[in-house]
Design a protein around this ligand. Structure first.
Ligand code: FAD
Length: 473
């Protein structure tokens, strides 16, 4: 029996897609930069079906590419161009919220649940699932776990790794490992879930997760602030942290070019403040206080900062609608950049105190290679995570003879500066295919050897997402 017929027998013929139109969206990445062929797209409905598909592919030696919402920004979920075409495994049909325990503050969800649906289900039970990012309307919880996604609330709640208590995973031999613990303490040997969190589909298929929930904040104070420099933004961050402690839930920074692109490219977006500024910061405080205490607190902080010359302008949201409008501007950056041209996205993190030096050094390094090339800056400043994005118009980009070489040189130049400041080249997006060269360049040989040993132990046939995350060698 051929593989397609066998897979159809396992999950149903209508859950095995092979036609070109059906495969189109799944075989190209979100930005339209990478594409590769697939044997078929399989949509299992249960963990048992996933296990059966894995066993079938293992028998035939066919690689498997787990894919969530296909919003990876490092080409991690798109098929490779050469080598055997993979079976793409999408868990969109596995989208049940299996249970919510508001007392234990946990929920068990299937991996295909869209992140926004998880957030809504938690909120309906009076709890918060805090991981939040621009792609939350389409990325799946399984994808966010496989990439250990960060986003805009890491400052207060940590990244995905900090918000997962247990996992259910299908292993390379088809075993279903059910580790859906809902425990805050469990010192019974190796904490295996952490192997799979951030493994980018290379070690197993995540089919469900137990998530850690938090009290749902009922009050939010949000402000948009114009500033002269990243150093001023850091001073303000330190002040807000000192005065508000854990009530500070986001501190996001973008530069002038980024705001201009959002306003130009995304219908309905306006600059939140009138006075032009080189740097813009979105601040959010949240808690469960009564009345206007939180708004008053933020207003006082901003007035003090204004008096000290730290701010050039500020807008404090006066309603939920205004708060959402400020967040919409922040969450529109990727869409704006995709429409406007070609951004060479980097994903560095450096110690917070080194952020201004990193931005200056990265700017100088890129200017040395491509004089006058502008750069977008989008920073989760509270985490020291800076997306420094040298930016070409489509015309400029298509006029370059060797685009791949220039892109690699520019990325190395930026990432070298992060490394010099004890930083990393991948803070939250992962490695995928785009950062394979950087893995080889910056990761200590001993770490790469350990990772290869783990891969060999868990996936000896190299079945799961081969050629991603681990550089050849
Ligand atoms: P996919 O892109 O489909 O897959 C990503 C990786 O996970 C692949 O390697 C894939 O093989 C693997 N995978 C997917 N599902 C499974 C599974 N069930 N089991 C095992 N492996 C699996 N990322 C951030 O960290 N922070 C941000 O702020 C952020 N903002 C973004 C904004 C926009 C507009 C966009 C488009 C992307 C953004 N991203 C961000 C990147 C992306 O959204 C995240 O990496 C997200 O976690 C990917 O989820 P996904 O379901 O789309 O996974």
């Amino acid at each position: 029996m051929d593989v397609i017929a066998e897979l159809s027998g396992l999950v149903g013929a209508d859950a095995v897609l092979t036609s070109k139109p059906d495969l189109e969206a799944a075989t190209e990445d979100w930005r339209g930069r990478y594409r590769g062929p697939a044997l078929c797209l399989v949509r299992p409905a249960t963990a048992e079906q996933v296990a059966a598909v894995v066993r079938c592919c293992a028998r035939h030696g066919i690689p498997l590419l787990p894919q969530g919402g296909n919003t990876s920004l490092c080409g991690g979920a798109t098929p490779w161009e050469s080598g055997p075409a993979p079976v793409i495994l999408n868990l969109a049909r596995m989208r049940a919220v299996r249970s919510i325990d508001p007392v234990n503050s946990t929920m068990v969800v299937e991996a295909g649940c869209v992140l926004a649906t998880v957030q809504e289900a938690a909120a309906a039970a009076g709890r918060l699932y805090p991981v939040s990012l621009g792609a939350e309307g389409s990325c799946q919880i399984g994808g966010t776990i496989a990439t250990n996604a960060g986003g805009t609330s890491v400052l207060r709640y940590g990244n995905t790794r900090d918000n997962v208590l247990g996992l259910e995973v299908v292993l390379a031999d088809g075993t279903i490992w059910s580790g859906l613990y809902g425990l805050r303490k469990n010192n019974t040997g190796y904490d295996l879930k952490h192997l799979f969190i951030g493994s980018e589909g290379t070690l197993g298929i995540i089919t469900a997760a137990t998530l850690k929930l938090h009290p749902l904040p009922t009050r939010h104070a949000v402000a948009w602030v114009g500033m002269a420099s990243p150093a001023d933004a850091l001073t303000l961050l330190t002040r807000v942290q000192q005065r508000c402690g854990a009530r500070l839930s986001a501190f996001e920074m973008i530069n002038r070019l980024q705001l201009d692109l959002v306003v130009e490219q995304v219908p309905g977006r306006r600059s939140p403040i009138e006075t032009p500024a080189d740097w813009h910061v979105l601040i959010e405080l949240s808690d469960n206080s009564d009345g206007d205490a939180l708004d008053t607190e933020l207003q006082l902080i901003l007035e003090d900062a204004f008096g000290d010359g730290l701010l050039t302008d500020a807008a404090l949201a006066a309603s939920d609608a205004q708060r959402h409008a400020l967040w919409e501007v922040r969450h529109s950056v990727s869409e704006a950049n995709k429409k406007a041209g070609v951004g060479l996205t980097t994903d560095c993190a450096v110690p917070l105190s080194a952020v201004p030096a990193f931005i200056d050094a990265a700017t100088a390094a890129v200017q040395a290679l491509a004089p006058d090339l502008p750069a977008i800056v989008v920073a989760h400043l509270g985490d020291g995570n800076v997306h420094f994005i040298p930016f070409f118009t489509f015309e400029e980009w298509s006029a370059i003879a060797d685009r791949e070489a220039l892109a690699a040189a520019i990325r190395h130049a930026v990432n070298d500066e992060a490394a010099r400041l004890n930083g990393t080249f991948s803070a939250e997006h992962g490695v995928g295919r785009v950062q394979l060269g950087e893995m080889a360049r910056y990761k200590p040989a001993a770490e790469l050897a350990l990772m290869r040993a783990v891969k060999q132990a868990l996936d000896p046939q190299n079945l799961f997402n081969p050629g991603r995350l681990l550089p050849p060698g």
